[in-house]
Design a protein around this ligand. Structure first.
Ligand code: PMP
Ligand code: GLN
Length: 386
């Protein structure tokens, strides 16, 4: 047999799929893979059901339905004061994953350097490498997750095409501050580089913090591509409706990639997401409040079971240090161990690093029912405090 593509073949099955399968096999409560339970808005689902029955069910415009593109522009005006032309600056994709791939395939020329901040989401590196880009990794480490400004500046050069900036971050739950974003904006200008901004957790920001899109900073409108995901905003991750917002000169090459990746996204789901984005502030505030309460419930429970819990400012993940617990081994072994023996699944944080030297942290997802979180805590307490 002739060999398949060597770059993609060198990657294993994603840690999310691996841990979800293991959770299922052991009947464990799955706080691993980031998918919500019990938060799906019934009216948005009803709208999709209606749109499937009434149609249309044919290919929509490759850029997205006009109503969804208008709704995305209105959403970004409402929350960030942006003034977008929905026809030239908004494109709908099949999830943020496709948006990321379209941005990277559309912009990277083989040999271009791409700056990445570790820990990083799992789809970034394989796509960058498949596009011929050369990753330049900058490491952010627990417990502080501080931005290493010197290392970041040193990673940029004349060869830098772009940086991927995730905020709020998965898995660290960090929300980059105005000061950190100003610093990044300065680097983009100095090195004439772009930023692909993965902002899928834009509404999951807690304790009075504010999500600031990098694209809204002075001079950044021509340098940033802002990615969103309905999967996160409406707790419907299986829908895979996402989008990219960018100046026409940046969006055009990205659309060229999109037209050969998926071309379109189911029109009925686009109708429902357009409806959902127009929901009143009570929906958005309620989502944040509900998740903040679940974060607190899980954080307190994990601390009570002996974990050292790091603060989460955004996203729906908690990172916790398990080194004080009765376990000897790395984080992957730990996550398998608690799945098999305690009946609770988490994700090893080392999966988000290339260097495997962050070894005592596990990521727990709190976008779950209160019952599931409470039962998971009981199981961990019974197991570790027996
Ligand atoms: N980026 C980050 C940081 C994520 O956590 C996720 C979650 N899956 C995605 C992108 C992908 O989002 P989507 O499901 O819309 O493809
Ligand atoms: N974003 C989700 C997470 O971090 C999972 C996405 C996936 O399974 N690919 O858990």
């Amino acid at each position: 047999m002739k060999p398949a593509n060597s770059i993609l073949s060198s990657f294993g099955t994603t840690i999310f799929e691996t841990m979800s399968r293991l959770a299922q096999a052991h009947g464990a409560i799955n706080l691993g893979q980031g998918f919500p339970e019990g938060l799906e808005p019934a009216d948005v689902i009803a709208k999709a059901a209606e749109a499937v029955t009434s149609g249309p069910n044919q290919y929509p415009s490759m850029m997205g339905t006009p109503e969804l593109r208008a709704a995305i522009a209105a959403h970004d005006r409402r929350f960030y004061g942006m003034d977008l032309n929905p026809t030239t600056q908004v494109m709908v994709t099949s999830g943020a994953t496709e948006a990321l791939a379209a941005c990277l395939f559309g912009l990277i020329e083989p040999g271009d350097e791409v700056v990445l901040i570790e820990p990083l989401y799992d789809s970034y590196l394989p796509i960058i490498r498949r596009a011929g880009g050369i990753p330049r990794l900058v490491r952010v480490a627990p417990p502080a997750w501080d931005l290493p400004r010197e290392a970041l500046a040193a990673a940029f050069s004349e060869r830098t095409k772009l940086i991927i900036l995730n905020s709020p971050t998965n898995p660290a739950g960090k929300v980059w501050t105005q000061d950190e974003l100003d610093f990044l904006a300065g680097l983009l200008q100095r090195f004439d580089a772009y930023a692909v901004c993965d902002e899928v957790y834009e509404h999951l920001v807690y304790d009075g913090r504010r999500h600031i899109p990098l694209i809204t900073l002075p001079g950044m409108a021509e340098r940033c591509l802002k990615i969103g995901s309905a999967g996160k905003i409406f707790s419907l991750t299986g829908w895979k409706v996402g989008w990219v917002i960018a100046a026409p000169a940046l969006l055009n090459p990205v659309a060229k990639a999109h037209q050969y990746l998926t071309f379109t996204t189911p029109p009925n789901l686009q109708t429902a997401v357009a409806y959902g984005l127009g929901k009143d502030d009570a929906y958005y505030d309620g989502l944040t409040a509900m998740l903040a309460a679940r974060r607190d419930l899980l954080a307190e429970g994990l601390a009570g079971a002996g974990f050292q819990v790091l603060p989460t400012g955004g996203s729906y993940f908690i990172t916790a240090d398990f080194s004080r617990l009765d376990f000897r081994g790395g984080d992957e072994a730990f996550c398998r161990h608690i799945t098999e023996k305690a009946g609770v699944t988490a994700i090893p944080v080392s999966a988000f690093y290339q260097s495997k030297d962050v070894t005592s942290f596990a990521r727990f997802c709190f976008a779950k029912t209160e019952t599931a979180i409470s039962e998971a805590i009981d199981r961990l307490r019974r197991f570790f405090l027996r």
